[in-house]
Design a binder for this molecule. Structure first.
Ligand code: ARG
Length: 569
């Protein structure tokens, strides 16, 4: 139930006029405030306060209005009837479905084969997943695409590196037979060292560099030995990706299909581009011009094929669009990557549009900022190396453990993991996507303040009240005390929050709403005793009813962020 929208529409209907409803900062003045009289007066050349006085009776006639009064230069403040709030509260956790459900392809995660998942993949996973959950909850049909980096330069380097280490392996022999099993296993940790090692080595050794490039080209044109080896380490990487997806508690991807899959669609795409004369040659490379006359910043050409004839990040991304159009025919394609890829996506959207493959205005790129350490530079592990995704979660785990020892609490490992993950995810979601933030393990694991542990603790507390209360008959005491009333008003703002988070692509609205809600829940909990013996039965029932509604809303909000609620804390 979107109370704001309901009230707003009813007032507009009554006045026959589109006015904006405000939520006053100080609720003492009313639950809502409208500037209708002021806007109407301006166009009619009348005195706003006088006009407000004239339309006041109309507002008072509305059945949900308890009282209304004119304030300031001509605002009308109104208070909603308690019994109306009670009735509305029953559906507080229900989110109004989108009027026009869309099919949305979401590209996030997008991990790389033979490269460990790093801190740069944290936000794409968390924000992408939350946005996916929000869209689903509004009734949109979404498809998540894990556009795996499984085709480009790193493949050539890794294969070349393995060749250097084990030239005797059958994969590198001319008589390689894909049917004969090869006795060779790679372990994940080792695999993740290959790409950095090979890439550093290639910088010093032009010969190795050339070898890797040659291997990449042969691999892309289907060299059976390289392909079989690739399949081997691909499997290892996919297992790592899956572990991470589980550890992050994000929804399973609808498609684990990335660059390699997209490469299957290069031919039809190239045909379209050639027909439209979009590709031309420059210094041996095949490129596409994407400049526009009104560009006020440099707009380099799109690289269709590099000077060695290899497929590129650019070409596979365009082919992926073509594939998605054939597969899901989405109304929108939304990418979640680091802000620094903005130029790439601007180019992609232009090429897709110019070629008629997919229109520019149906694309969106949600670029996120960097996760920094206390020094303001990208977060590093204690030994100074770039932090892996697992490192982040481990650090948070340790910080939670330290807190618990400090409080002299005992919690099992599973609970600690749930809390640590909530700390990381909630903190991430609190921030505006575009901005950088500082990752401070001690701050984000605090049990007080705007943190994951705080919101989980609130949920655990509500569950515990309901458990201790046992069965109860729902009751709606018409008269609300102020802390109860504030809580109900916030609960009735859940639907609106989810709608705005989707409309403005701002997942932080949900996180911040959740925190505000928890604060009101805790104030209510402290000021309005529930199970205490001296509390009359009807008051207890009313308050338990409120606890139940708050639990429903909070649980839903936490679920939108992929946060689990522990049994105890
Ligand atoms: N694999 C890339 C990386 O790790 C991100 C890919 C994003 N998605 C895309 N369609 N380009 O940085």
């Amino acid at each position: 139930m979107n109370l704001y929208k309901y009230v707003s529409e009813k007032i507009n209907e009554k006045l026959g006029f589109e006015a904006k409803l405000e939520i006053p900062r100080n609720r003492e003045f009313g639950d809502f405030s409208t500037n209708a009289a002021m806007v109407m007066a301006r166009s009619a050349g009348k005195n706003p306060r006088e006009l407000a006085g004239n339309i006041l009776p109309k507002i008072q006639e509305l059945d949900f209005v308890e009282s209304a009064s004119v304030a300031g230069p001509g605002f009308i403040n109104l208070k909603i009837r308690d019994d109306f709030l009670w009735n509305a509260a029953e559906s507080a956790a229900d989110v109004t479905p989108a009027e026009k459900p869309m099919v949305i392809d979401m590209d996030y995660g997008a991990y790389n084969v033979a490269k460990s998942l790093h801190i740069g993949h944290l936000r794409t996973s968390i924000v992408g997943d939350t946005f996916n959950r929000i869209a689903k909850c509004l009734g949109h049909k979404t498809f998540s695409w894990n556009h795996i980096g499984d085709w480009g330069k790193p493949m050539g380097l890794v294969i070349a590196w393995i060749e250097r280490l084990h030239p005797e392996l059958p994969y590198f022999q001319d008589n390689f037979d894909s049917k004969t099993p090869v006795d060779y296993e790679i372990d994940e940790k080792e695999l993740n060292t290959y790409y950095p090692a090979a890439s550093a080595f290639a910088k010093e050794n032009p010969e190795f560099q050339l070898r890797a490039q040659k291997i990449k080209a042969d691999f892309q044109s289907g060299h059976p030995g390289y392909f079989a080896l690739y399949e081997k380490f691909l499997a290892v990487s996919l297992r790592t990706m899956n572990n991470t997806v589980n550890r992050l508690n994000i929804l399973p991807f609808d498609y684990d299909l990335g660059e390699r899959n997209a490469a299957n669609y290069l031919a039809p795409v190239e045909k379209i581009l050639r027909e439209k004369n979009m590709i031309y040659e420059n210094a041996g490379a095949q490129i596409i011009d994407v400049k526009r006359d009104d560009d006020n910043k440099p707009m380099p050409p799109y690289m269709w094929r590099d000077s060695r004839g290899a497929d590129t990040y650019d070409s596979t991304d365009l082919a992926a669009v073509y594939c998605r159009k054939k597969t899901d025919n989405p109304d929108k394609i939304i990418y979640f990557t680091d802000l620094r890829q903005s130029l790439h996506f601007e180019q992609l959207f232009r090429v897709a549009d110019m070629s008629g493959i997919y229109p520019y205005d149906k694309f969106e790129h949600i670029g996120y900022g960097t996760v920094n350490g206390a020094d303001g530079k990208p977060f590093k592990t204690r030994d100074g190396s770039a932090a892996g995704l697992d490192d982040i979660l481990d650090v948070a785990n340790d910080a939670v453990k330290a807190r618990i020892t400090e409080f002299d609490k005992k919690l099992d490992d599973e609970t600690i993991k749930i809390i640590a993950l909530a700390a990381v995810k909630f903190n991430d979601l609190l921030h505006d996507v575009k901005s950088d933030y500082i990752f401070d393990p001690s701050q984000i694991t605090s049990f007080e303040g705007r943190t994951g542990p705080y919101v989980l603790y609130t949920a655990v507390r509500l569950n515990s009240v309901l458990r201790r209360a046992g069965e109860f008959t729902k009751s709606k005491n018409a008269k609300l005390e102020s802390d109860e009333r504030n809580l109900i008003m916030e609960l009735l703002d859940f639907d609106r929050t989810v709608q705005s988070a989707f409309d403005s692509r701002a997942t932080d609205l949900v996180a911040n709403y959740t925190y505000d809600l928890c604060q009101l829940i805790n104030t209510f909990y402290h000021n309005c005793p529930i199970l205490r013996e001296d509390i009359p039965a009807d008051t207890r029932a009313t308050r338990l009813t409120l606890v139940q509604i708050a639990t429903d809303v909070l649980t839903k909000a936490l679920d939108l962020m992929g946060l689990k609620i522990p049994k105890e804390m």
